[in-house]
Design a protein around this ligand. Structure first.
Ligand code: G16
Length: 543
């Protein structure tokens, strides 16, 4: 056992956010920084004797170094076994699947998700619990408190171990098994979806372009789509995970996955396009000359879930994060099943799924998933779409339009104001919150406001309350402007403004979103002085 005295509190003020801790690589490279996080985690977890830990990451820069550090510390903590992905690689959904499959006590994910990578980019770490989902606040808060007083790092004195060959080796008394990162995940997908039907779809000439964005989704998509489903070689592009994601931003939205959208709008466009993010838990689906919004995607999956083998038994309920559009609420209402509205952050879905209240869930931030694991799952969503196309024979666009026709369209857009100062962001939210009581009944920029609040959530399972989760300004028909600050950025603050307008009239479903949402954008500006407060004339990213 090696005990290293650590400089006091390198983890100071680094409260883990909704998805663990994300910082610039250089911050993580400071002596003792990563170790402090891991020691704080291990100190608040119970005794590890006899327990299994899962460990893997999205392959970004520093993944391998961090993996070796954590393995030595896990041996000192006394874990019986660590299951580590080959090459230190495991996607976030795969970590969740492996934890559940092996009955592990938890897992550590090394990823900054969709944030850029490389030596100048971001790194991140988070802990998932035995249900396979992100640690709840009571654990992350306890870690944060513990991190303030950690003064010793417990590790073992041992050289790096080989991570590239499958097999089992010992680190001290701890067994380390290097596992195939894909096998358990592929097996799970085969239980949920009609692989024969999808094989036939590809055999009939259906063309998919899956952009793995040089991130961890590549090996999974290759094995599932080109391997098990017989899609033609080349279906998965940018399939090799790179430490810097090829210098690109592995965030699947029409702005960052512009190349994919370009291909789907070309004359010889494939039938469907899809992309996943850095750690492969997010997804974007694109039809031929038709971009699907994540909120609409969730609604379509719910409407057709009975057609997919894994969900034929019925959907107990559905959940969406508050800023996600209300399209899924309308489908759920028509189906007579409950729809839960939670704060942003996947962990809120975990409790609902563990209690059997919810089978499907999703977020506007390109995350969709189900109770098969406790993380969102990019490739799973793409397979769900492929399965629906195989069963219905309909195109991506036709499936979305049919949903709009039946339930009305929730026209939706998110405006991001990135890299603003923390003080400006705080001032904007503070002023907005202070004005909330005066808004109901008022007409602003031609919109009559029905109600306005700061979203607060009481977990129906454990009764825990999460307050100040985003400001909503809502009109009578449910159209709304929502404001919240991002919890995942690493440069200053990012203000997210979500605009949603309900449009029941089918003849207006093709109105460009910008035009349809202009009145709500004006309402948001009038309510929050966005331009003045952010110092920006327009959002840096609109999706
Ligand atoms: C994380 C969470 C998601 C959440 C998103 C919000 O995504 O896992 O549940 O929707 O953050 O991001 P922001 O706070 O920036 O709006 P990921 O994919 O980064 O892990």
């Amino acid at each position: 056992m090696l005990t290293i005295r650590t400089p006091s509190h390198p983890f100071k003020d680094q409260r883990p956010g909704t998805s663990g801790l994300r910082k610039k690589v250089a911050v993580f490279q400071q002596p003792g920084y990563l170790e402090n996080f891991v020691q704080a985690l291990f100190d608040v977890l119970p005794d590890a004797a006899g327990q299994t830990l899962v460990l893997g990451g999205d392959g970004r820069f520093y993944n391998r170094v961090a993996t070796q550090i954590i393995l030595r510390m896990a041996a000192a903590k006394g874990y019986a076994r660590v299951l580590v992905g080959q090459g230190g690689i495991l996607s976030t959904p795969a970590v969740s699947a492996v934890i559940r499959h092996h009955g592990a006590s938890g897992g550590i994910v090394l990823s900054a998700s969709h944030n850029p990578g490389g030596p100048e980019g971001d790194f991140g770490i988070k802990y998932n619990i035995a249900n396979g989902g992100p640690a709840p606040e009571k654990i992350t808060e306890a870690m944060f408190e513990r991190s303030k007083t950690v003064s010793e790092i417990h590790s073992i004195d041992s050289p790096d171990i080989a991570l590239d060959a499958l097999g089992t080796i010992y680190l001290g008394r701890m067994e380390v098994t290097v596992i195939d990162p894909v096998a358990i995940y592929l097996d799970l997908m085969q239980k949920l979806f009609d692989f024969n039907g999808m094989r036939k779809l590809f055999a009939s000439g259906f063309r998919l372009r899956f952009d793995a964005m040089h991130a961890v989704g590549g090996p999974y998509a290759k094995a599932v789509l080109e391997g098990a489903l017989g899609a033609p070689p080349g279906t998965v592009v940018n399939a090799i995970p790179l430490e810097d994601f090829g210098g690109l931003h592995p965030d699947p939205n029409p702005v960052n996955a512009e190349d994919l959208v370009h291909h789907l709008f070309a004359v010889d466009a494939p039938d469907m396009g899809a992309a996943s993010d850095g750690d492969a838990d997010r997804n974007m689906v694109v039809g031929r000359r038709f971009v699907v919004s994540p909120s609409d995607s969730l609604a379509v999956l719910l409407a057709h879930a009975h057609r997919v083998p894994g969900y034929r038994g019925g959907i107990s309920g559905v959940a969406r994060s508050m800023p996600t559009s209300q399209a899924v609420d309308k489908v759920a209402k028509a189906m007579g099943i409950p729809c839960y509205e939670t704060p942003t952050g996947w962990k809120f879905f975990g409790n609902l799924m563990d209690a059997g209240l919810v089978s499907l869930c999703g977020e506007e931030s390109y995350g969709t998933g189900s109770n098969h694991i406790r993380e969102k799952d990019g490739l799973w969503a793409v397979l769900f779409w492929l399965n629906l196309i195989a069963v219905t024979g309909e195109s991506v666009e036709a499936l979305v339009r049919a949903m709009w026709k039946e339930h009305g369209r929730c026209v939706y857009s998110r405006h991001d104001y990135e890299g603003i100062s923390l003080s400006s962001a705080d001032a904007l939210m503070r002023d907005l919150r202070a004005s909330l009581h005066s808004l109901p009944g008022k007409s602003l920029a031609g919109c009559s406001i029905d109600f306005a609040d700061d979203f607060s959530y009481t977990d129906p399972v454990d009764g825990s309350v999460s307050e100040r989760q985003g400001v909503r300004i809502v009109l009578k028909d449910g159209s709304r402007a929502v404001f919240r600050l991002s919890g995942t950025g690493t440069d200053g603050a990012t203000l997210r403004l979500y605009l949603e307008r309900f449009e029941p009239d089918i003849s207006r479903h093709d109105l460009p979103a910008e035009e349809a949402l202009a009145p709500l954008a004006a309402l948001a500006e009038a309510a929050a002085n966005v331009r003045l407060q952010t110092g920006m004339d327009c959002p840096s990213v609109t999706t």
